[in-house]
Ligand binder design. Structure first.
Ligand SMILES: Nc1ncnc2c1ncn2[C@@H]1O[C@H](COP(=O)(O)OP(=O)(O)OP(=O)(O)O)[C@@H](O)[C@H]1O
Ligand SMILES: [Mg+2]
Length: 246
């Protein structure tokens, strides 16, 4: 199983949209995919119509259940979040090895999946550190706007701290430019500045209203609007990700 964390402490940059649609894209190509909702807002769970009652990632951290996901289809499973996740960081403050709880839980299911995709919330707290510790690779979605570079720098500082102490082999698979609008000159210059410092995916995700509508129908973009620009972009991103593991 290859585990990919979708991380950016900045809010609203397309982390959840990317987790859902890369997950669905990989599942469509025959890969067995586990989506992990690590955000107390539970946007990923809700945007695929997964209820928050029952076993959740909260129970994983509290030791009351393992990864026991809900099935969207044969190839796509979701381990839901729960609203209590927001209290978890305080509850775990004195637990030994609390940065590794997610890693240990995912190790138990590593033979059941080809990919696990972790959707992080907009924070650099304990849950995000768990994702960085549990994953092989990181995708950083980014809106190319003013000061975007500073944001990536502070996030990658955290990645390097985790690499030193908790997860020596973790790597940044790529920065993903999202909500791209080629008419905006700033978008272009930020994208090229970032690429001087970090690997950037060749695929840019363009602004596309279907991507914003799909969660209200509780569907991924390939089911909601298969001919949309959003479906095209996430399809080529999926291929680009797969090509990095060939
Ligand atoms: N390419 C896009 N074009 C248009 N709208 C988009 C696009 N990507 C995401 N959105 C919309 O922008 C909003 C923020 O996206 P999303 O929830 O994926 O971000 P996030 O990084 O997960 O946010 P948070 O930090 O709160 O978890 C959502 O309403 C989503 O539907
Ligand atoms: Mg989100």
């Amino acid at each position: 199983m290859i585990t990919i964390a979708i991380v950016n402490n900045k809010g609203g940059v397309s982390k959840t949209t990317t987790a859902v649609n890369v997950g669905a894209g990989l599942a469509k190509r025959g890969k067995k995919v586990l989506l992990v909702d690590l955000d107390g807002q539970a946007n990923l769970s809700q945007s695929l119509g997964v209820g928050l009652n029952g076993k959740s990632i909260y129970g994983v951290f509290k030791g009351s259940n393992g990864i026991e996901p809900k099935e969207i289809n044969k190839n796509l499973h979701v381990m839901p979040a729960s609203e209590s996740l927001s209290e978890l960081e305080l509850e775990l403050v004195s637990e030994f090895e609390r940065e590794k709880f997610l890693k240990y839980a995912l190790d138990e299911v590593k033979d059941d999946y080809d990919f696990a995709i972790i959707d992080c919330g907009p924070s650099k707290g304990l849950l995000t550190v768990n994702a960085l510790t549990a994953c092989n690779d990181i995708i950083i979605p980014l809106q190319s706007e003013f000061l975007a570079m500073q944001g990536v720098k502070s996030l990658t500082d955290l990645v390097f701290r985790v690499k030193k102490s908790l997860n020596p082999t973790v790597r940044i698979l790529g920065v993903l430019i999202t909500m791209y609008d080629k008419r905006k000159i700033l978008n272009k210059s930020v994208a090229s500045e970032i690429s001087q410092h970090y690997p950037v995916f060749e695929t840019f995700i363009r602004e596309n209203v279907s991507l914003a509508e799909a969660p209200t129908a509780k569907l991924d973009i390939f089911k909601y609007a298969p001919k949309s620009m959003g479906a095209k972009d996430y399809s080529s991103l999926t291929d680009e990700i797969l090509s990095k593991y060939e």
